[in-house]
Design a protein. Structure first.
Length: 448
């Protein structure tokens, strides 16, 4: 996947921020690698996707690449990547090579990846700390172990490689939680494309089609607008299939009178969108379907109203749960008082997941949902406070399987409504509302 960014400034600034963090802890050397290529079968490989942290810091999308950052007496950003290779490029496409990569991506130095084992030991010597993933396995762990052994032998007691290791991933996760303007623009683009795909599905669906045919419409819309990939495997679930939360698009036939749940989003220049809509195959909600659908939308409205700078991450979930629980009581799905249902968590039978997650370079993006604290104290850490620039999903749902104690008109109805919320100055902006969410608007779109 070749996605060189137009503006390198964000990547350079992120490297500098990580170096500043390293200096605050006494300085040292950071070593990070990108994702490896994966064989699908025999000589066929899975489509390549870079490591998210590596891309966040470099903008570089080729496989077999390494980043070394020095922070302390000497500051430097060094890339190790594949050399140009005419024969290989004939088969697999363009490579930047070290010289062009250094110029294009703003590195101080760049070398062929074959030189990593020779150069890394000397770079490790006399460094205060090694910033690398703890308990690293695979190529990263193996090469770091070899380099540390070689550094000890080269030093011969005069200078030593780092004796202290710090995992940079928690710091990178905190950095990635707050999106910069470049990231927000890319996520808006991913959201627009994904919303268009959901609208396309609404216009094309007909009784008698298969789930996989609707998935094909989504993929068509993603690719024709420049998205490089899906952000995750699309969920296209008809009827009772929607009660399986991670149901993959299958070969089920869409029946008249059923609902169709679609949870799908594209990846654009590395950034994900995540949208869910549930709509009637025949273009019109039945009475019971409409009752549960409107309940889900009301829960999403309540959750969105709770998202603002200074609010707790969990506030939106609690707001959604309160609306859903009351609605379940009103519709006869649950018995008792609202406080009783909330305390017993009886609503978990019909709503068993949380209302949102972080979104960014990964669809379930990095970042702790709770504030930092003493892990050994035994006390539960408070939820993280929302800040401007965070992006999270808002996705309440209700899933009713057939059972003797459940009103039959609600059997096998699964509904979820999901949008991507950007935390703004005073609240949040739903960047995925390019596809309608209210029932009357969806029915109007489907009549087109």
């Amino acid at each position: 996947m070749s996605l060189p960014p137009v503006d390198l400034t964000p990547h350079i600034e992120r490297r500098q921020r990580l170096q500043a963090y390293m200096r605050s802890l006494g300085g040292g050397i950071a070593v990070l690698s990108t994702a490896a290529e994966a064989v699908r079968s025999r000589d066929s490989e899975f489509p390549y996707r870079f490591d998210s942290d590596f891309f966040y810091l470099t903008g570089f999308t080729e496989p077999d690449a390494w980043l070394v950052l020095l922070a302390g007496e000497r500051d430097a950003s060094i890339l190790f990547c594949r050399e140009r290779h005419e024969e290989q490029e004939t088969w697999t496409g363009h490579r930047f090579g070290p010289d062009a990569a250094a110029a294009r991506f703003g590195f101080d130095e760049a070398y062929a990846v074959e030189r990593l084992d020779d150069l890394l030991p000397a770079l490790l010597v006399n460094q205060a700390a090694l910033f690398a993933p703890l308990q690293a396995t695979g190529p990263l762990g193996e090469r770091l172990a070899r380099a540390m052994d070689a550094a000890r032998q080269q030093a011969r007691g005069k200078h030593q490689p780092p004796v202290r290791q710090i995992d940079p991933r928690p710091r990178l996760a905190d950095m990635r939680l707050i999106k910069d303007p470049t990231e927000i623009a890319l996520m808006r683009r991913a959201a627009r494309i994904s919303a268009g795909a959901h609208a396309r599905a609404m216009r094309h669906v007909r009784p008698g089609m298969h789930e996989y045919e609707i998935e094909a419409e989504l993929l068509h819309e993603f690719r024709r607008h420049g998205a490089q990939s899906v952000a995750y495997n699309s969920i296209v679930a008809a009827g009772a299939n929607a009660c399986t939360l991670h149901y993959p698009a299958g070969d089920a036939v869409l029946r008249d009178g059923q609902l169709l749940l679609i949870d799908a989003g594209c990846e654009y220049d590395g950034y994900a969108a995540d949208i869910t809509r549930t709509f009637p195959v025949n273009g019109r909600y039945s009475g019971p379907q409409r009752a549960l659908y409107d309940l889900t939308v009301a829960a999403q409205d309540a959750a969105c109203a709770a998202i603002r700078p200074g609010a707790s991450f969990n506030d939106s979930h609690e707001a959604a749960v309160r609306v859903l629980a009351q609605g379940m009581i009103d519709e006869g799905l649950l018995q008792g008082s609202l406080d009783g249902v909330l305390e017993s968590k009886a609503y978990n039978r019909f709503y068993m997941h949380r209302t949102g997650h972080w979104l960014g370079l990964d669809v379930h993006d990095v970042g702790d949902y709770r504030q930092a604290g003493d892990a050994d104290s035994g006390a539960e850490r408070p939820w993280r406070t929302l800040e401007r620039g965070m992006i999270l999903t808002v996705e309440p749902g209700i899933y009713v399987r057939g059972a003797s104690d459940v009103p039959e008109e609600f059997w096998d109805i699964g509904i979820r409504t999901e949008d991507d919320a950007l935390v703004t100055h005073e609240g949040c902006e739903l960047i995925t509302r390019g596809v309608p969410v209210h029932a009357v608007e969806i029915e109007a779109l489907m009549r087109e």
